[in-house]
Structures are given as C-alpha cells and as structure tokens.
Unconditional design. Structure first.
Lengths: 154, 154
DNA sequence: TCTTTAATGAAAACGATTATCATTAACAAA
DNA sequence: TTTGTTAATGATAATCGTTTTCATTAAAGA
C-alpha cells in the first residue's frame, strides 16, 4: 500500500453531500468508500460488486442512481470508452485536467496529465477557430488514445 | 441538389465488396445507396428506415450486420458520441482524416478537417511520448468537441 | 441449370440502464 | 428521544440498442 492513510473515510465528500442537501445513507457511504479506495475507472457493475462487500443488500439501481448524482455534483467523472458501458472515477482533491489512454483489449483506462499545457494551448486555439467557422458554442472536449496496455502486450 | 451526379450508384463500393468475396445483395445495395446519399452520421435505426423506402422488407438485423461488415472493411466509419448509439458515415473517395464536433442537444455530428496538420503534428509527438512513458502501443485516437450547434443556439 | 453456402429476416436473447412503486430510514423539528 | 416528512432505497419490470439463433432464401461459381 502506498498511501499513508489507507482507511481514511472520505469525510470531505460526505460533508459536500450534506451541505448540498443530500442525505448521507449507508449505500452512498459505501459507494464513496469504494470509489475513494479505487484508482481505476469502474463500471457501475464493478462498483456494485465492491459495494456489496461493505454494505450487502445494496441494490444495483441505487448504485446507478448514486453514481449519476455524484456525477451531476461534480464529485465523480463519468466517461465513455466506446464499449457502451460508462465508467466512473472519483475526482480527487488537486485533481488535474487529464485525458485518457484506453486499452482496447482489457478496457483499462490510464489517466495522463503530462504535456497538458501544450495540449490545452492547442485546444484553446482550436476551439476558438472552430466556434467561429462552424458557428457553434463549444462546451468541452474529449480526447482518448486507443492502445494496447503494458500487461496486454505480453 | 448540389452534386452533379445525384443518382449515381456507388459502383466503386460494390466492386470493392465483390472483389473481397462478399455477395452483392439488394439489402447491401440499398444500405450503400442510403449511405452514399447521406452527409450526416446516421444511427442503425436511421439507416434502417431509409433503407425500407428503397428495399421494403429488409430487416434491422441485416442493417446492423451490414454496417458492421462495412465498418470492418474500412468502407464505413463507426463512431460513438456518448449516447450509447453508434453512428455510421461512409468513407468517401478523398476522405481526409478528421475529427468531430458533437451537438449535445440534437446529437448532430459535424466533421472538420481544418487545422489537422497542426493537430496531427501534436498528436504524433504526444503519442510517441505516451507510448514511452506508459509503455503502451497506441493504435489510434479519438478527438471530439462537445458543443451547441448553430440551429440549437437559436 | 444446379449446387453450395453466404446472407437474410423473424424472433428471442442479451446487457446496460432507467422507470415504477411500495417500503424504509435520514434528519429536522418538537 | 420521539416523531413527521419525504428523500432514498431496492425489487421488479420496462426500455433501448445490439447480437444471437436458426430455418429459409438467393447470390454466383460450376
């Protein structure tokens, strides 16, 4: 284990939910715990099966609903990698803007935030030009690289 | 109508299929006709309903299968815009590498191939660096801008 | 024309997600 | 602490895009 606070509960997140008028339930607590211990991007089903270990009896429906809520709250990042299954990752403190490398073999997602300055600069310029040329209002972008990951290359 | 050959059948595509050992059926002909007359990115259902006007009795299954085949053959481009519904566009002669602007309101997709030189240069460099750093084998990338389109802004 | 088998279409199956709805449990107020 | 309100839950069914199954049909080479 690499972290110095392995079992620390995500108090900040609970506070955040309460402050915005959401109730803190055991299901939500379990979901936040799962997400805060996880570094990978999980599908709803994957979150669900990990949640069951903490809080048996939790429904898959609740997991979907909670992930959606967390996503709307900006606590969780919901991504699509092209296999019709959404993945979710917790947005952590100090979370930097990043893009994704997706393994087309095992569906693993690697976050990277290297070289973002240059990328951002280019996208910023590009967005302005595209907005002008196509008369659109650009709200965001999505960049993903499709690759074979280290493990799958073996 | 803007083109000088409005009703020209896509002979080139048919030839391509035959040469690769595929049979030319009336369903496939209709699907190719629909795609070659269309400039938008269509969902399977949209292709299907247009195909029915040309070749009634065609099954939705066949449309899915054919689009998949065409996609594998490199005749059609299959894209995901995040709504869990695949869209398909014909890859035309002189078809340039391009990226997409997606209207988050009406799901319309705009192709753009402006500024691709600069983009490509950056991605090329970036891919090399990411491959080295993350020990992956990058096969391709996906860039999409989320926006509100001209019509939806009104 | 005949024969082979790829391609088809109807129907069922599938997998992710969402809607329905009666029940439960947060939590603010007393 | 108890209580009342209602947000949240979970079982179930529904939905939607897509795929599988399988008996039938029709390309196209012989």
């Amino acid at each position: 284990m690499n972290t110095n606070r392995p079992n620390r509960k995500p108090r900040r997140l609970r506070r955040m939910m309460r402050n915005r008028g959401y109730r803190m339930t055991s299901a939500r607590e379990a979901i936040l715990d799962v997400l805060s211990k996880e570094t990978k991007h999980l599908s709803a089903k994957e979150v669900y099966s990990k949640v069951l270990l903490i809080e048996p009896g939790t429904g898959l429906t609740t997991v979907y609903r909670t992930l959606e809520t967390l996503s709307e709250m900006g606590i969780v990042n919901k991504i699509e990698i092209g296999d019709k299954t959404s993945r979710y990752e917790l947005i952590r403190e100090g979370h930097r803007h990043h893009h994704h490398i997706i393994c087309t073999n095992c569906s693993k997602v690697i976050d990277y935030d290297d070289f973002m300055e240059e990328e951002q600069e280019m996208f910023c310029k590009l967005e302005k030009e595209l907005e002008k040329k196509y008369n659109v209002d650009i709200k965001g972008h999505n960049v993903q690289f499709f690759a074979i990951c280290k493990e799958c290359r073996k």
